[in-house]
Design a binder for this molecule. Structure first.
Ligand code: IVH
Length: 714
């Protein structure tokens, strides 16, 4: 591709991005029916922004990205905002935050700035107007200049005060006026005559769950998140709907406050914006944090998670601390808003475009992002299963950079209709392998290519097989190098031989020291020590660890064999049931029916066991392991434990023992431990800083135990 063609392609991509972003904006802000999550929208916007930075010639002033989102719906009366409702510039990492901090200090020519940190709510921004202490009008943000009058709906929200609480003259709110002693006397009332509050209409996560449950039953809209639900509830012509939806409100800003009649008169009928008011009046609120205090004084609900931070370290600590609370926080949040606390400094910094320079929104890592599929490759797993992988440019998602995502199998590719060259949505949650969840079909240029599964194994050229009833394709070759490599890695990790990482194993294989997992146990110090970059000490460590791990429980041994469908749990069930490997082998080879009768063992597992133990290669491998010194511990037949039939989920940090130990204790009493909460979970044991598992338990009505309660049960 020559330069001109490459540039043309970039221009095309920019245009595609623009139109897709516009479409999503419209779906979100106008139709209240978002088709993707915010992360996806953000990710596309980020790509557009960075392309435009690199190719400013494609900038277009009148393009959507230079405007604040939202458009007043015709069905509501339009309201002009006296003070524009702005947006925030986002930062996605501490590095970006540090850049912002540097810029702020450089512009202000100072070396220290106080920052105010507060929660960034995921709801609907509204402006509330109070005259003489009475709520007279409320509006949505709309496009920032013109919003929609939703007063009647807002009146249905209990936490929005209809009349303000007079702030006592000797109260902290008034103390704010300490700046200019004497001017207090001109105030004949402790209520502002004019007040414009900004805040967020919210729906709690709990309310969303029950609303969706109800709506599902009635075949009505299911809301993707609390923000859409809050927005959808308030942008309705019938206020009854807002009333029924159990909405909430949190105030976070004062756009304008005017104290006393004289003040209002002196400023004329058009009450000036806060900043102008500040210039003209002596009733200065010195800091953003003081606005919060005043809001509380006047009876507004203000979130308590806020802090004045003296430096960026404190800001970062605040962000980290809230991140832990966030999963269990009552409302949906997507970050932290950081403001320069001093309002005069805010004014100095001013607004550029649609966002103030004195505020920044730190966004928590996106769990979803968009990227372009460069290629689809096929990975051969330890059991020979072929897994297609989408390969893309390194992309930041959920705090880490990823460059591939699993596509699971060919059916998934067909379901997604994924083609090479497609723009896709990828998702990563916690430690889970990232996956492709959606193709943005509208981003296609026509050059995308379909992908077909290979007919032969990409590692060993053996013809691929499909097993009946299964979606996956397999490489059947027992000597397949890719399969064996994966299996080796898996084997040593189940055996807990941590000294042997994948790189070392590859090296040993290349040096001819091992051909399969069985050879690991005959390795000698003298084999390893002469190798480049090893030496006596590390050779000794490796050998010591191998010897230490030669003795293994039956359940781990079974798991380590890597039998298809026999994971950690199933291996444990089998070990409990059969007690010895010999018992299991003889039943698996002869009596398929009785295998299927065992609790938790379905036909897929029993067929797989049957196939595995009939294969002479596998029996030879087991014999080799034993011959080379692996000893399998016998299992005591299951005692009638008090936790029989119960499944526990552990979450958070326990004070008196590690989670590993707690797991052992549960297993010893006949119980099971699972990694995720479902309706079949008997108990969730919640330690300190328990996370989403606790929330799930509460959602599903699963009994939650404190550590103390759990200890009593033992
Ligand atoms: S401050 C300058 N504080 O975030 C305008 N905004 O991305 C920002 N938001 O439209 C006002 N929580 O809907 C502020 N504690 C908070 C917020 C917050 C949520 C929303 C608000 C705004 C959007 C900008």
């Amino acid at each position: 591709m020559n330069k001109i063609e490459a540039k043309k392609e970039i221009q095309q991509r920019i245009e595609k991005l623009r139109s897709e972003i516009s479409r999503l904006r419209n779906a979100y802000h106008v139709e209240n029916a978002p088709s993707v999550t915010d992360d996806v929208y953000d990710s596309l916007s980020r790509e557009l922004k960075s392309l435009l930075k690199e190719y400013p010639e494609f900038n277009n002033e009148s393009s959507n990205e230079n405007r604040v989102a939202g458009k007043a719906l015709d069905k509501f009366v339009k309201v002009n905002h006296k003070t524009r409702m702005l947006s925030l510039n986002d930062v996605f990492s501490f590095e970006e935050l540090e850049e912002w901090d540097k810029r702020v200090k450089k512009l202000l020519v100072v070396s220290q700035v106080n920052y105010f940190c507060e929660v960034k709510f995921d709801g609907l921004a509204v402006s509330l107007i109070y005259e003489d202490g009475k709520f007279i009008r409320g509006a949505t943000r709309g496009d920032g200049n013109v919003g929609e009058d939703i007063t009647e709906n807002l009146k249905m929200i209990d936490s929005i005060p209809l009349s303000l609480k007079p702030a006592k003259k000797n109260s902290p709110a008034f103390a704010l006026g300490d700046l200019e002693q004497g001017t207090h006397d001109s105030l004949n009332s402790s209520l502002p005559v004019y007040l414009e509050v900004r805040g967020e209409v919210l729906m709690s996560k709990k309310t969303l769950v029950s609303l969706n449950k109800k709506n599902e039953k009635e075949g009505k809209t299911i809301f993707a998140n609390t923000r859409n639900a809050a927005a959808g509830s308030v942008r309705q012509l019938d206020p009854q709907i807002a009333k029924e939806r159990n909405l909430d409100f949190r105030a976070y800003d004062i756009a304008e406050v005017v104290w006393g009649e004289e003040m209002k008169n002196s400023l004329g009928p058009r009450v000036a914006s806060l900043n102008q008011t500040l210039e003209n009046s002596s009733f200065l609120l010195p800091n953003h944090s003081d606005k919060h205090k005043l809001l509380k004084q006047l009876g507004f609900p203000v979130d308590e998670h806020d802090a004045i931070c003296k430096n960026l370290n404190e800001v970062e600590d605040f962000i980290k601390k809230f991140e832990k609370i966030r999963p269990d926080f009552k409302f949906g949040t997507d970050g932290i808003v950081i403001s320069v606390d001093d309002l005069k400094l805010q004014e100095t910094l001013g607004v550029v475009g649609k966002a103030p320079r004195y505020m920044s929104a730190f966004k928590y890592p996106a769990e979803r992002a968009t990227t372009i599929v460069k290629d689809v490759r096929v990975n051969v797993g330890r059991t020979g299963v072929l897994t297609p992988l989408a390969i893309f440019e390194p992309t930041l998602v959920a705090g880490s950079t990823v460059s591939k995502a699993t596509l699971h199998n060919i059916e998934q590719i067909e379901r997604l209709d994924l083609r090479i060259g497609d723009t896709v949505v990828i998702q990563k949650a916690g430690d889970v392998i990232p996956e492709v969840v959606e193709v943005l079909v509208k981003m296609r240029t026509g050059k995308e290519k379909k992908f077909n599964m290979p007919k032969v194994c990409p590692a060993c050229d053996t013809k691929i097989e499909k097993k009946e009833g299964l979606v996956a394709s397999f490489c059947p070759n027992p000597k397949c190098s890719a399969k064996n490599e994966r299996y080796l890695d898996f084997f040593v990790s189940v055996f807990g031989i941590y000294e042997l990482g994948p790189k070392i194993l590859r090296r040993f294989k290349d040096e001819g020291l091992i051909t399969d997992a069985g050879d690991i146990f005959t390795l000698q110090k003298e084999d390893i020590a002469p190798l480049d970059r090893f030496g006596e000490k590390s050779a000794e460590n490796i050998i010591n660890e191998i010897n230490l791990k030669k003795k293994i429980s039956l359940s781990k041994f079974l798991w380590a064999l890597g039998i298809l469908h026999v994971g950690e749990e199933t291996a444990r069930d089998l070990a409990q049931e059969f007690g010895t490997l010999e018992n299991l082998i003889s039943v698996a080879r002869q009596d398929l029916a009785s295998l299927s009768e065992i609790e938790n063992i379905g036909p897929a597992v029993s067929n797989s066991l049957h196939d595995y133990f009939f294969d002479t290669h596998n029996i030879a491998f087991i014999e080799k392991l034993k011959k080379n010194g692996v000893t399998i511990e016998k299992v005591e037949k299951k005692k009638a434990g008090k936790f029989n039939g119960m499944t526990f989920v552990l979450t958070g940090a326990l004070a008196t023992m590690s989670r590993e130990l707690a797991k052992e204790k549960i297993l010893a009493h006949g119980g099971k431990v699972s990694g995720s909460v479902s309706k079949n979970t008997s108990y969730v044991v919640a330690g300190e800083e328990a996370g989403s598992k606790l929330t799930n338990a509460q959602k599903l009505g699963v009994k939650v135990l404190t550590e103390e309660e759990f200890l009593k049960m033992l």
